[in-house]
Design a protein around this ligand. Structure first.
Ligand code: SF4
Length: 72
């Protein structure tokens, strides 16, 4: 799997504090949490997003990646 950067993903939610280079969030993950999944399902969802932090420039292996110019 290719490594991607959250900062290049249409689903990335930049940190609202500061200049936006800090830790952000993932729209796909927040959307999933609204379904009130079990703790086990949440752990599985986190793993499917790839490991690592959500800082814009951190490389991660995420199967949910959608480039900013891609529709998903
Ligand atoms: S879908 Fe993956 S690459 Fe995109 S913001 Fe979420 S965790 Fe990052």
């Amino acid at each position: 799997m290719a490594f991607v950067r959250c900062g290049d993903c249409a689903h990335f939610l930049p940190d609202e504090v500061g200049d936006g280079t800090g830790i952000g969030n993932c729209f796909r993950f927040e959307e999933y949490k609204l379904k009130n999944p079990s703790e086990a399902a949440l752990v599985k969802a986190r793993a499917s997003m790839g490991k690592g932090l959500l800082y814009p420039s951190v490389e991660r292996d995420c199967s949910k990646f959608g480039g900013k110019n891609e529709k998903s």
